[in-house]
Design a protein around this ligand. Sequence first.
Ligand SMILES: [Zn+2]
Ligand SMILES: [Zn+2]
Length: 339
Amino acid sequence: MMTRTTPARPLDLSELFSGVNAFARTATRLHPRPGDPDVGGSHVGGRLLWPADEPWPVCAGPHVVRQETAIAPDLVARMQAGDWAAMQQLARDVPGFAGTMTTDQGSVAIGSVTVSEPTPSPMVAVAQLHAADVADLRCPDDADLLQVLWCPHQHRDGDYAGPAVQLRWRTASGVTTMLPTPPPPPTVAREEDYLPRPCALHPEQVVEYPWWQELPAELGQRIRQWDDSRQFGEETYFSVSQAPGWKVGGYANWEVSDLRPMDCPNCRQRIDLLLTISSSESDGGSWMPVEESHLQPSWTDPQWRAVNEPTGITVGRRGDLRIFACFKCPATPYRLNLQ
Ligand SMILES: [Zn+2]
Ligand SMILES: [Zn+2]
């Protein structure tokens, strides 16, 4: 199996920022790449080691479904003339109004409606990870395998909008009789961006450092100010401290929202990052594996896309879905954060 190797970090953070080394933590980059993974191994998408006598998880919704509504030509004309009241009227009339879109066929308003499903829809396999393959995968005491499934529709829960995630922890050797074929994914109104392409993994352990707001105030400020003093295109603490792409463990970045400490829904203690599900792997730059460094970022090069967007999954605005888990509480409660 071909390995994937992260190049040496272009900045020595422990040298640059004394004290930061105490917060170093390992993460395992998964490096998913399109393939035909074995059902028993670690992979993204594909099939899961699933006991024949265990029901396949389903989701009853409710689901948020995108809707496009044609805008009447006179309203389009008013909006094009800069009539603000026309836009306000549209925002009032279209449920879940999120903007407009104009194509050759005319102008449409984009909105969304929440629908309940007449029958619960089957979830799809997102990842299967063995602790033996993924160095930073922490498991509850009685487990050595993590399975991640989700419902490939849009769900809203507080400020979270994305797929509904379910985790299953197992002992791999405990699955003796396998489910022959999992149910096919739902075909109605699912989000194509939530259907992962089967990928083989090439796990690699790297060292990460916390988001600056998670560090003691003085150290965090020193890092922030140093980053602000860097010129455009130069490497920063931000660019070299945390691996992009799919990973297990390590630290989350809080670029979009600023730090939001993740607490266990049960014991309210701070909980750590378990898994990051990412829309892209590195977008080039210093995290690009050396084995693939000959490839240039390109939207049209299938080789580049297989390396940078191997799973075909897009979450949020081409962002990351992060799963944080509590290993102190029974049943390993978890929380989701998308940005
Ligand atoms: Zn659902
Ligand atoms: Zn807890």
